[in-house]
Design a protein around this ligand. Structure first.
Ligand SMILES: *Cc1c(COP(=O)(O)O)cnc(C)c1O
Length: 386
C-alpha cells in the first residue's frame, strides 16, 4: 500500500485531503514524495513561521531534544520559564499558561474568564463571541465558535455563549449585562474568511468590557506571532486585552499553545484549577524561543513591506476583485471558484489555502522576494486561465 491508500484505510476520515504527499522542504520551498517542487504560501496553516527546517530553529530544537524531551509540570525547566519571560516582556502581559494547541489555549482563556466572573457572582458566566468566528474543535470551543454549522452532531454543547454579529456595535451593546464575564474575538476572523474587525467595534468592545466588568479575550491563535505585521494583531488597535490566546506559529512547527493573562487577572487560575501533561514541553518551548527571539522590528517591517508588495501585484491580476487582511494573512476575492484556484495552483507548484469563498495566503514570515515572485506568477496564471 502507498501512503495515500494506507492513510485512507487507517486514518479516521475527518480531513478532505488534497492529492499531495509532502516529503521535505527548505524555507518556503517544499518537495513532494516524487521530488516535485512547491512554493509554500500556507505555512501549514500559519504554523511554520520560518518555513521548513530553518537551520537556527532546527539547532535549538535538536539541542534541547538531546538534553531532555519532557519533564512533567511537577518540575521546573528552563526553556519553559525563559519563554514565559520572553512572552511577558514582549507583550506587557503578566502570566502565561502553556498548552499544546489553539483549542486548548482557548479552553484556558474561557476557564479564566469564567473563573473571573463566577468568583464575583455565580451568574456572571456569559461569554460573548462573534458570529462567523472560529475558536477550535473541542466541545466547548466549538460552542464558542459562532457558526451554526459547527453546532450539530455533538449535543449537548457547553452553555453560556452568546453570539453577536462582528462589527455590529449596537448588537454588542445590546448583548451586554452584568452576567457577561468575557468578550472573546479574533482581530481578523481567519477560518471565517479573513475578515478584520473595525477599529470602532474593537473600541466598543473595550468600552463594554470596562462598563460591565467583563474581560477582553483576544484569540490570536492564527493572527499571532508576527503574522499580521506586528507581534500580536491587537497591538495595531492600541488594545489592552485581559487574556490573549495563541498557538499555531508560536513554536515554528511544534505543538504549543499559550494563554497570556494581564496583571489584573494574573492570579485568576489557582493551584488545581487547570493543568496539562504536555503543556510547556521543553522541546516546543526551545523551538518557540528560537522563533520569538527573531520576530523583531526588522522582520516585522519586512513582513509589512512584502505584504504591500504582494497586495499591489495581486490587485493587478485579472479577475481579482478585493483583498482583505493584514501583513501575511491575506484573503483574495476573485470572480473564480477559490477551490478550483487552489487545485490549479497545486498542480502548477504553489500551495495556497482557502477560507470560505476566498483564496487565503499565509506565507512563512521569512519568505524571499524570489519565492514570492515565483508563487505570484503561478497564482496569476491560475486565476487568469481558469
Ligand atoms: C486554528 C485556530 C484555532 C484552533 O487551533 P487548533 O490548534 O487547531 O486547536 C482556534 N482559533 C483560531 C482563531 C484558529 O485559527
Amino acid at each position: 500500500m502507498n501512503t495515500k491508500e494506507k492513510d485512507s484505510k487507517y486514518i479516521m476520515g475527518t480531513y478532505g485531503r488534497l492529492d499531495l504527499e509532502l516529503d521535505h522542504g527548505c524555507g518556503s520551498t517544499l518537495f513532494d514524495a516524487d521530488g516535485k517542487k512547491y512554493i509554500d504560501f500556507g505555512s501549514g496553516i500559519a504554523v511554520n513561521t520560518f518555513g521548513a527546517c530553518d537551520p537556527e530553529w532546527v539547532k535549538a530544537v535538536s539541542d534541547q531534544l538531546a538534553k531532555l524531551q519532557h519533564a512533567s509540570n511537577y518540575y521546573y525547566t528552563k526553556p519553559c520559564a525563559d519563554l514565559a519571560e520572553m512572552l511577558c516582556e514582549k507583550t506587557g502581559m503578566s502570566k502565561v499558561f502553556f498548552s499544546n494547541s489553539g483549542a486548548e489555549a482557548n479552553e484556558c482563556a474561557i476557564k479564566g474568564a469564567r473563573k473571573y466572573g463566577t468568583d464575583k457572582n455565580p451568574d456572571k458566566n456569559i461569554i460573548i463571541t462573534l458570529k462567523n468566528s472560529f475558536h477550535g474543535r473541542t466541545v466547548t470551543t466549538l460552542s464558542a465558535t459562532g457558526q451554526d454549522v459547527f453546532h450539530t452532531s455533538f449535543t449537548p454543547f457547553t452553555e453560556g455563549f452568546v453570539y453577536v454579529e462582528a462589527n455590529d456595535c449596537d448588537a454588542l451593546k445590546g448583548a451586554m449585562s452584568e452576567k457577561v464575564c468575557g468578550i472573546m474575538f479574533e482581530i481578523i476572523q481567519g477560518e471565517g474568511g479573513v475578515l478584520p474587525l473595525t477599529a470602532e467595534f474593537i473600541k466598543t468592545a473595550e468600552e463594554m468590557a470596562a462598563k460591565y466588568d467583563a474581560l477582553l479575550v483576544v484569540d490570536e491563535v492564527q493572527t499571532g506571532n508576527g503574522r499580521t505585521g506586528t507581534l500580536y494583531a491587537y497591538e495595531q488597535f492600541g488594545l489592552k486585552p485581559d487574556i490573549v490566546s495563541t498557538a499555531k506559529g508560536l513554536a515554528g512547527g511544534l505543538p504549543l499553545g499559550a494563554t497570556m493573562f494581564s496583571e489584573k487577572v494574573e492570579n485568576i487560575l489557582t493551584p488545581g484549577t487547570h493543568g496539562s501533561t504536555f503543556g510547556g514541553n521543553p522541546i516546543a518551548a526551545a523551538g518557540a524561543l528560537s522563533i520569538l527571539s527573531r520576530i523583531d522590528e526588522a522582520l516585522l517591517d519586512t513582513v509589512r513591506k512584502n505584504s504591500e508588495y504582494m497586495i499591489e501585484k495581486i490587485m493587478k491580476i485579472d479577475g481579482v476583485t478585493a483583498i482583505s487582511g493584514m501583513g501575511f494573512m491575506l484573503g483574495i476575492e476573485t470572480e473564480k471558484d477559490a477551490k478550483e484556484i487552489l487545485k490549479k495552483c497545486l498542480k502548477d507548484g504553489l500551495l495556497v489555502l482557502t477560507a470560505k469563498d476566498k483564496v487565503r495566503l499565509l506565507p512563512p514570515l521569512n519568505i524571499t522576494r524570489e519565492e514570492i515572485d515565483c508563487g505570484l506568477e503561478i497564482l496569476k496564471n491560475a486565476i487568469e486561465t481558469l
